[in-house]
Write a protein that binds this ligand. Structure first.
Ligand SMILES: Nc1nc2c(CCc3ccccc3)c3nc[nH]c3cc2c(=O)[nH]1
Length: 376
């Protein structure tokens, strides 16, 4: 079975264009990975998600372990079969979602004890159990169990959580090897923590680099910090990571965050923005954001973007989309989610081409100018 591998295709400054191989196919980077928390990218069919250009979708250990249960998904053939997505799947380890969704019962070096947000039942996540669940789901790219703390926090608190995550990194890697992950062509990421403290970010990245993971995720960001703090932490962290492994910035972000992060050497991204905003009447386009709740669209016969190859952007008027949003029609969520994911994927494709052509700086300028010009 093919291993989780990284191949550099071109670079332009710090921006990289590469290709990952996983047990379920190729991943073109820079890559945007739609979030499919409960085994579905909300309001989308899987072949539609694929048609937008996505190579990877994300699943969630926390949600799927609670419902329908990891062992049940495994009995039904694994998550690829369950959700009819025959391409690459990446899963999170669950700790981050426990912090934001569950009633936390206990967190210590063994793991996390929590009550389900669904029925209050008690559950435990250890590094070993998280790897077991991700293996039962059959994820091609798996995450170590980590502790992502909210900022602002004291430097001692940030250091404690970062060092606990390093201890969990070791145990996650051992469990992943014991469960035969590498032999199944699956890859495991170490997750860099350290909050907004440069020395702790460097310590975390260097320790994880020494453990030789299949890839590296940058965690502890996209938790409400200003963009300049996020970019500053990237500039501190990325040089400490091996160049021959993928870098995944978790939870990022707006189109601008993504362009600025690619410029600093990030390869993979996920964010709920395009899907969540689509469900709330917001369209992402090359002209910037368009809020279709706004009455100014009521008589506008133009599509969102007549140059787009996505039917949702090209074949429906803004007046119609405004009507659907105001009427609370399900089709508004479907069309705007489709448009938004297609826009994000066209942005990633544009960056991949620009990096190969050595024109990334120009692409960045043009793209930022398009958003600044706004919706004409
Ligand atoms: N394990 C982990 N996940 C994070 C996520 C969820 C990404 C995710 C992966 C897969 C499915 C859904 C979500 C973050 N989202 C925003 N900021 C984030 C930080 C972290 C983090 O520090 N650690």
């Amino acid at each position: 079975m093919s291993r989780y591998t990284y191949r550099l295709i071109a670079s332009d400054g710090m921006a990289r264009r590469s290709e990952l191989t996983t047990a379920h196919g190729l991943v073109k980077t820079p890559a945007f990975m739609p979030v499919g928390t409960q085994g579905t990218v909300k309001a989308m069919y899987t072949d539609q998600v694929r048609a937008t250009g996505a190579d990877v979708v994300l699943g969630n250990t926390y949600h799927l372990m609670l419902r329908p249960g990891a062992e049940r998904v495994a009995r039904l053939g694994g998550l690829h079969r369950f959700m009819n997505w025959p391409h690459t799947i990446l899963t999170d380890s669950g700790g981050f979602q426990v912090m934001s969704l569950a009633q936390l019962r206990k967190l210590d070096e063994t793991g996390v004890k929590f009550r389900s947000h669904l029925d209050g039942s008690e559950h435990v996540l250890t590094p070993e159990r998280s790897i077991e669940i991700q293996g039962l789901l059959g994820a091609d790219i798996q995450m170590q169990l980590d502790e992502c703390i909210r900022l602002p926090a004291s430097e001692d608190e940030v250091a404690r959580a970062m060092r606990l995550s390093l201890a969990w990194a070791e145990r996650s890697k051992a469990a992943f090897a014991a469960m035969g992950g590498p032999e199944k062509g699956q890859g495991l990421h170490g997750i860099v923590q350290g909050g907004d403290v440069k020395s702790l970010r460097i310590e975390s990245a260097r320790e994880l680099a020494a453990m030789d993971f299949g890839g590296y995720s940058i965690g502890g960001l996209a938790v409400g910090e200003p963009q300049d703090v996020m970019l500053d932490m990237l500039e501190t962290t990325l040089p400490e990571l091996p160049e021959t492994k993928p870098r995944y910035l978790m939870g990022v972000g707006t189109p601008e965050d993504i362009v600025e992060s690619v410029a600093r050497g990030v390869d993979m991204f996920d964010c709920v923005l395009p899907t969540r905003a689509g469900r709330h009447g917001l369209a992402y386009t090359r002209f910037g954001k368009i809020n279709l709740k706004n009455a100014r669209h009521a008589d506008d016969p133009r599509p969102l973007d007549e140059t787009s190859n996505c039917p949702a952007a090209r074949d429906y008027s803004r007046a119609y989309l405004h009507h659907l949003v105001k009427a609370g029609e399900a089709l508004s969520m479907m069309l705007l989610t489709w448009n938004n994911l297609a826009y994000y994927q066209s942005l990633m494709a544009g960056m991949r081409e620009a990096i190969s052509a050595g024109t990334f700086a120009g692409f960045r300028e043009e793209t930022l100018a398009g958003w600044a010009r706004g919706d004409i």
